[in-house]
Design a protein around this ligand. Structure first.
Ligand code: SAM
Ligand code: SF4
Length: 475
């Protein structure tokens, strides 16, 4: 293939300026209309909620072009893998999947395989895809989803591979089509990118600078979702508390919470909050609006101030505790969860003990725990790290035991209680049982009759487990 593309560059992706991000409107050449008539697509999604929301955009674009989604990848004419670069494990899984698609492509040469998302923002990955995975036809970055129609068109027209990955700070693209994967709960992006540059994390490089959507666009989306019967929205951003800081006015996340609450939607969640930007006005907004759910995810990452400094988290253990204790006191009955990384370069036994103590202090409802994964191009990738992998794995296990202990302890408060569950549908594990979530984001599996997805039903809790509750519908 003639080299008519630029490889991504993590150094370029690091650049930041204070300019307002451009708002651009999605459109495509009208001659592409009907390009997918009679053809099927299949999307595989890895990673965080932002990726799930991006896959809904990819699905929306493909539907608009006439393609139809299929659950059977062998029937697909276009297969897209939306990738995650946060940890090595996720990347290896994707390479395995692409490898497995080779056979499908051999049986069906006209199949188009597209790889998108965060992995494609990494120079190394794109080189590997180009050199070793000839079955891949399209490589597109997180800033290039809107180019899917043109890229598909070009592959059909030229039978050449296409690469489009911009290493830029990013725009705010509005009017992208969306096909939501759920009919009762929706992700709503309120901002994109991240400027925090935690030393272990690849996200600021793969997703560009922190940039907020205009409140009018967000509120319009929420109103439309209400009109379509949605019961719950989750406001999404890598650090939602920083919402609006890049826009010129004084309007911030607390104001947005108040305005979204005023739309009257049943349930509002938000994710993720960085402890650094959590302010008093936000606490008051959360407290005063009943439709903001009593659940806060507040990543701590480590309980050692020494490690937090090396992580560039911008708070010490004491500052995190001060915020956490204040939230606990002002928001009684709320559930709190966190993210924790073990085995960060040079983490000592004492540092790890500090993390265990932090879990004892905060008694989280749950924690998402990870072993540190080296991400090339990030500062921590260059930090010396003598801790053997077995030690890191043992630390993770010890941590997980403690997390499970407090998860179970916290769940005990629901024993015998009647809780309100937004129903997701039949349980994945048991076809006679429904599942859904309480306002505190507790997973409930329950029995009942005539239950519909998207209903909010009252359920009596009959059994408490560490990471879920069991019950019986009472209405
Ligand atoms: N912006 C969110 C925040 O700061 O909470 C997090 C986004 S990141 C996709 C989700 C979690 O992945 C982080 O909170 C962190 O615990 C974990 N993570 C990120 N980079 C990692 C790495 N290199 N190794 C292990 N875990 C990592
Ligand atoms: Fe990554 Fe830190 Fe940004 Fe979260 S706040 S996305 S962990 S750099």
């Amino acid at each position: 293939m003639a080299k008519d593309y630029l490889l991504p560059d993590l150094k370029d992706a690091r650049k930041r300026n204070r300019e307002l991000s451009q708002k651009v409107h999605f459109s495509y050449d009208p001659s592409y209309e009907g390009m997918g008539d009679g053809l099927c697509y299949y999307i595989i999604t890895h990673g965080c909620q932002a990726n799930q929301r991006d896959s809904e955009t990819m699905a929306g674009i493909l539907d608009a072009l006439g393609y139809v989604s299929t659950e059977d990848e062998t029937k697909a004419d276009v297969i897209i893998i939306n990738t995650c670069a946060v940890r090595q494990g996720a990347e290896e899984k994707v390479f395995g999947e692409i490898g497995a698609l080779k056979r499908l492509k051999m049986n069906k040469p006209e199949l188009i395989i597209g790889i998108g998302g965060c992995m494609c923002q990494e120079e190394e990955t794109v080189k590997i895809l180009l050199d070793k995975y000839r079955q891949v036809d399209i490589i597109f970055g997180t800033h290039n989803i809107g180019s899917l129609p043109k890229m598909l068109h070009d592959v059909y027209a030229t039978r050449q591979r296409r690469v489009e990955v911009f290493s830029k700070m990013g725009d705010i693209v509005e009017d992208l089509p969306v096909t939501r994967f759920m009919s009762h709960k929706a992700w709503v992006n309120i901002m994109y990118g991240c400027d925090k540059f935690c030393t272990y994390c690849i996200v600021p490089y793969t997703r560009g600078k922190e940039r907020s959507r205009y409140k009018e666009d967000i509120l319009l989306e929420v109103e439309q979702l209400i009109g379509q019967g949605y019961k719950e929205i989750c406001l999404l951003g890598q650090n939602v508390n920083a919402y609006g800081k890049d826009l010129s006015d004084e309007y911030g996340f607390a104001d947005l919470l108040n305005d979204v609450s005023a739309t009257g939607i049943d349930r509002i969640r938000f994710m993720t909050s960085h402890p650094w930007d959590f302010n008093e006005r936000m606490i008051q907004a959360i407290k005063q609006n009943d439709n903001i759910m009593p659940y806060i995810h507040l990543p701590i990452q480590s309980g050692s101030s020494r490690i937090l400094k090396k992580m560039n988290r911008r708070y010490s253990k004491e500052e995190y505790f001060a915020l956490f204790d204040k939230l606990k006191q002002e928001l009684p009955g709320y559930a709190f969860t966190t993210d924790i990384i073990v085995g960060f370069p040079d983490e000592t036994d004492q540092d790890f003990q500090d993390t265990l103590e932090a879990v004892d202090h905060c008694r989280y409802d749950n924690a998402y725990t990870f072993i540190y994964s080296r991400r090339k191009g990030t500062p921590a990738a260059e930090f010396p790290d003598a801790t053997p992998q077995e030690v890191k794995e043992a630390r993770l296990q010890e941590l997980n035991k403690k997390v499970a202990y407090y998860a179970n302890l916290n769940n005990q408060r629901f024993a015998g209680q009647i809780v309100e569950v937004l129903v997701d549908g039949l349980s994945k594990r048991n076809s006679h049982t429904y599942s859904g979530y309480t306002p505190e984001n507790k997973l409930v599996n329950f029995t009942g009759t005539d239950i519909r997805t998207g209903e909010i039903v009252k359920v009596k809790i009959t059994e408490v487990l560490s990471f879920s509750l069991n019950g019986i519908a009472v209405e």
